[in-house]
Design a protein around this ligand. Structure first.
Ligand code: 3HC
Length: 325
């Protein structure tokens, strides 16, 4: 069977130009690893300030990567990557010559659908569309594009911080063609990531597995993702332990690189909230067991009332107002 499958594998398309929507932490990280790999990348956001912020995240990160990957020519490495990056706020022009379009905008289904259906009209017919969603089904996001584009639609789910985290989940919907899938796998590899194939199911692989883990200790060395800490929030809500003690306990007792609350703040408290809200919907559709998803009053308050979203707002579970930018 393995031999047959190898013979059936379709050759990937040649990709040279990638357009990334969203200049936030994830979007800028994806732009960076694509530019490092030699792709010509266009980063798009709705305003110049967001683009400047994305460029500044990249400018800080590039020398750190160069120090490891190209210690003898740090300046050259940084300059080459930067020369591959262009920015624009013109979302339609941005995709005119794109081979692959990766979307990393906020987790709002209508917004993503509207964006992709507008891009569908102007992007070249061969262009592949991919979403970096962590909480939604790619099939739902692709619902508003043409039937032909649906075959050229998949997911590329990266992990934060993108320049450091090696994994990318390449998501296949029922309609994703072999050529599209193989092309996204190849793009992931060329970006220096390790791609894994994931079906279009809630949580894909990593987040889907770590949710059940939240009631059991994770295996040694398992990185803690934003979905795992939900039980940690409930611990605090119940008054079982403090935020600081839970973080210390998980770092020193389970070898997590960050405690759950540090990771919440690092990734963005809102991101976790969006995942749990989307999953509530998927539980109602019978796509995920209902007991995996339960809203936390503390998270809802932080996201919708206090707007304490983590490092990016200067306050989350911890205070970052004294941090230098
Ligand atoms: N860019 C480039 N290199 C970086 C970097 C960045 N943004 N951040 C860290 N590094 C590298 C650098 O080489 C750095 O060395 P340097 O300081 O000499 O440049 C080295 O990592 C060590 O970094 P730090 O000393 O700052 O800190 P740590 O050793 O604690 O590592 C960490 C930081 C890699 C973020 C680590 O704490 C970690 O792995 N945390 C868990 C991250 C995680 O679980 N991510 C997944 C989140 S879930 C997700 O993304 C899903 C999505 O859907 C939201």
């Amino acid at each position: 069977l393995a031999t047959t499958q190898r013979h059936l594998t379709t050759a990937p398309r040649d990709v040279q130009r990638i357009t990334v929507f969203g200049a936030g932490l994830m979007g800028s990280g994806i732009v960076q690893v694509a530019a490092q790999a030699g792709y010509k990348v266009t980063m798009v956001d709705t305003n110049e300030k967001a683009l400047e912020n994305g460029l500044s995240i990249i400018a800080k990160s590039l020398p750190r990567v160069a120090k490891k990957q190209s210690p003898d020519d740090i300046d050259g490495f940084v300059a080459r990557a930067k020369s591959n990056i262009a920015t624009t706020t013109d979302r339609l022009k941005a995709v005119e010559n794109a081979d692959v379009v990766i979307e990393a905008v906020i987790e709002n289904l209508q917004l993503k659908q509207e964006l992709f259906s507008a891009l569908d009209q102007v992007a070249p017919p061969h262009a592949i569309f991919a979403s970096n969603t962590s909480s939604m089904l790619v099939t739902d996001i692709a619902a508003t594009v043409s039937e032909d584009r649906k075959t050229k639609f998949g997911g590329m789910h990266f992990f934060n911080p993108v320049p450091v985290m090696k994994l990318v989940e390449v998501v296949r919907t029922e309609k994703t063609s072999d050529e599209t899938f193989e092309t996204l796998m190849q793009v992931g590899r060329r970006m220096g990531r390790v791609p894994v194939k994931a079906k279009d199911k809630p949580g894909f692989i990593v987040n889907r597995l770590l949710v059940p883990y939240k009631r059991k200790p994770a295996p040694f060395g398992t990185p803690c993702t934003h979905t795992a800490p939900v039980e940690a929030v409930r611990m605090v809500e119940r008054g079982d332990a403090t935020i600081e003690d839970i973080d210390t306990a998980m770092k020193l007792g389970a070898s997590y690189p960050m405690g759950p609350f540090e990771l919440f703040d690092y990734t963005g408290v809102d991101i976790t909230q969006y995942v749990s809200e989307a999953w509530e919907g998927y539980a109602k559709r019978g796509l995920i067991p209902a007991d995996l998803v339960k809203q936390s009053p503390m998270l809802r308050k932080m996201v919708y009332e206090d707007k304490t979203l983590g490092k990016k707002t200067g306050r989350g579970f911890y205070d970052y107002s004294g941090d230098k930018k």
